[in-house]
Design a binder for this molecule. Structure first.
Ligand code: ATP
Ligand code: MG
Length: 554
């Protein structure tokens, strides 16, 4: 979807909102409760932001609430580092959860549910090996066959299941399966495995358990335990819905309902924790919060604001079919927000020295520069101006065409916040390279009090040689060379852009010494920048968030 298309899209209720409104109107629910259920096995990415904005946003809209539930039923890969980062990211996006919950806190209840199913004759312990189970499963076009263990009595199943819990059976020797229908057209309904033996340490329950419930026997039940009214997940869970409903029905517990929407996919990046983890572990990026990463922490470090991400998620809406969103739409929203809030400052990337010959040596003049013309509250600051300054090399052209409004021999240009200067002489080295310009400033032409009568069409930025601060700029390009990384059949790492980070040593006006991690800047005529967390007082580092306009070559 392009920026234009999305602008044209009218704001109307999406299909989940329609369902909620109907449920509230019919009295099926008095209020709504949603949940965001991350698995703590990695950092959150912009796809999760979509889910967060959707779940918290709907609850806010309809006066309901949202639980943050860590879906931590799989003991391997999970870590408290991830739990902490997830909480920080949800808060940063601007949302507060009703309760912080852990699916692992329900292990005892889930175990009781499993016994209840066994007692009802609706679950059995299967001693088949996983390959045997797979073999009897059938195919989408052929029905499966019953396991030889399917007709065990509830008493025998209960006994075996209790032994499994007590650690009396090795991993892989037994599983608990729901007894549904081996000939169901939905393969997931063919007696799904709901418990397996795993002698693994869990980040919260430690070594208390050696049997763990599978997704299908944990997710819907957790929803139900919490009385979640609308459980929203992504499309790949459509076939799981039948299992979800079956289990809730047979267990006779609170009837939570599952609804599915399309995952967010963005061009030039990947959106799977497994792949993002690989990029981190193999050192292709500098950690989960590398500013090139589509993670929330990466976007934050890159200079994105929570508002820009929320606005983006709102604009892309809730789709029922998978699609690929152009990353320039995300960039449009951050640019739009930064334009309103970022202070304009002067930073010269590629310096050319200019000596202003009619300013005495050692004299310093204060120039008052407006911080942000888009925000009258933002005030102004003082930038020191002196005899020797730097301008951008490409703001001067020796053989300039008539319509060139920056500096040229004999030409005039305004220095932002300071004076109009006129170029008198071009100084070159032995190789013919331009190394300096000699100019003079025009009397009475200072910004804001100009009575000189001299007309200029161009305004350029500059820094004083005596006062500038050296800064490192980190300028990022797309992480991958191809827009649709998922469509690539080979190894996604083949598509990595080797040139996604460029480092520039630049000269900044002295006010940037005071920059904090929360400040947002527009480096005039260059782009939006933010201080990086690796910055040191003696070495300031800035990340480029995004350019001033969408100039990315297709
Ligand atoms: P990944 O494939 O990146 O590991 P996941 O779906 O396994 O993602 P979870 O931690 O299980 O990650 O996801 C938490 C919630 O976020 C789920 O409800 C999931 O559907 C949702 N979610 C994950 N990725 C996306 C995405 N790209 N777009 C929208 N929602 C997403
Ligand atoms: Mg998952």
């Amino acid at each position: 979807m392009s920026v234009k298309e999305s602008k044209e899209k009218e704001k109307s209720l999406h299909f989940i909102e329609e369902i909620i409104e109907a449920d509230l109107a019919s009295g099926k629910h008095k209020s709504i409760l949603t949940r965001f259920p991350p698995e703590p096995n990695g950092y959150l990415h912009i796809g999760h932001a979509k889910s967060i904005c959707l779940n918290f946003g709907m609850a806010e809209k309809y006066g309901g609430e949202t639980n943050l539930r860590f879906d931590d039923t799989n003991p391997v890969n999970e870590d408290t580092e991830y739990v902490d980062s997830i909480k920080a990211d949800v808060h940063w996006l601007g949302y507060n959860w009703k309760e912080e919950l852990y699916a692992s806190d329900y292990f005892e209840t889930l175990y009781d549910y499993a016994e209840k199913l066994i007692q009802k004759g609706l679950a059995y312990v299967d001693d088949s090996k996983s390959e045997e189970i797979a073999e009897l499963k059938g195919t989408p076009t052929e029905p499966g066959k019953n396991s030889p263990y399917r007709d065990r009595t509830p008493e025998e199943n209960l006994q075996l299941f209790r032994e499994m819990r007590a650690g009396q059976h090795p991993e892989g020797s037994k599983v608990l399966r729901a007894k549904i229908d081996m000939s169901s057209p939905n393969m997931l309904m063919r007696d799904p495995v709901i418990y397996r033996i795993k002698f693994a340490h869990h980040h919260r329950t430690g070594d208390k358990w050696c049997i763990y419930p599978l997704y299908d026997f944990a997710h819907g039940q957790s929803d139900s335990i919490e009385h979640i009214t609308h459980s929203v997940c992504t499309l790949e869970f459509v076939p799981h819905r039948e299992v979800y409903d079956w289990l809730i029905d047979k267990l006779e517990i609170f009837p939570s309902k599952q609804y599915e929407f399309a995952r967010l996919n963005l061009t030039y990046t990947v959106m799977s924790k497994r792949k993002l983890k690989l990029l981190v572990e193999k050192g292709f990026v500098n950690g989960w919060d590398d500013p090139r990463m589509p993670t929330i922490s990466g976007l934050r470090r890159r200079g994105y604001t929570p508002k820009s991400i929320r606005d983006f998620c709102d604009r892309i809406g809730v789709a029922k079919r998978d699609n690929l969103i152009d990353v320039s739409l995300l960039e449009f929203f951050i640019r739009d927000h930064l334009n309103k809030i970022a202070n304009r400052v002067m930073v010269v990337n590629d310096p050319l020295k200019v000596t202003i010959t009619n300013i005495p040596e050692g004299e310093v003049e204060d120039c008052i520069v407006e911080n942000n013309p888009e925000d009258p509250e933002s005030g102004s600051r003082i930038v020191p101006f002196s005899r020797e300054i730097f301008i951008e090399k490409d703001d001067f052209l020796e053989d300039a065409p008539k319509k060139y409004f920056r500096l040229k021999p004999g030409g005039v240009v305004r220095l932002k916040g300071a004076y109009i200067i006129e170029c008198d002489e071009v100084v070159k080295d032995e190789q013919g390279e331009i190394i300096e310009l000699k100019c003079h400033f025009i009397e009475n032409s200072k910004s804001g009090q100009d009575t000189s009568g001299v007309r200029t069409k161009g305004v350029i930025h500059w820094v004083s040689q005596q006062h500038y601060v050296p800064v490192e700029l980190r300028v990022y390009d797309r992480l991958f060379r191809e827009p649709d990384v998922n469509a690539y059949e080979g190894d996604f790492l083949d598509l990595l852009n080797d040139d996604s980070l460029q480092i520039i040593n630049a000269y900044a006006e002295p006010s940037l010494r005071e920059a904090t991690l929360d400040d947002k800047f527009q480096f005039m005529r260059q782009g939006y920048y933010v201080l990086d967390k690796e910055s040191q007082p003696e070495k300031l580092i800035f990340n480029k968030t995004v350019g001033l306009r969408d100039s990315w070559k297709k």
